[in-house]
Write a protein that binds this ligand. Structure first.
Ligand SMILES: [Zn+2]
Length: 85
């Protein structure tokens, strides 16, 4: 399979997403210490009862944003395919 980011051949996946080790390193994923510190310092709000709740909700927002952008781009491609020159 190919790394989603650089198209290098890879057998590595992270959360079901093919990604090579080089690109994964480039993501600079948070260390456990950093995550624990952020969890500890997290201030709950009316919207989120925990750090975990907020992160989970942020993933949903991210996916919604991705889908909106994808629909807009697919629409442009669809319209372009319909134009006759
Ligand atoms: Zn890569």
């Amino acid at each position: 399979m190919k790394c989603f980011n650089c198209a290098a051949d890879t057998n590595h996946k992270k959360y079901e997403i093919p990604i090579c080790h080089s690109c994964e390193t480039g993501l600079k994923l948070f260390t456990d210490d950093t995550i624990m510190r952020q969890k500890k310092e997290y201030k709950c709000s009316e919207k989120y009862s925990s750090y975990q709740d907020e992160i989970a909700h942020r993933i949903i927002l991210l996916e919604n944003d991705y889908l909106k952008k994808k629909i807009k781009l697919l629409h442009v491609l669809e319209r372009l395919a319909n134009f006759k020159e």
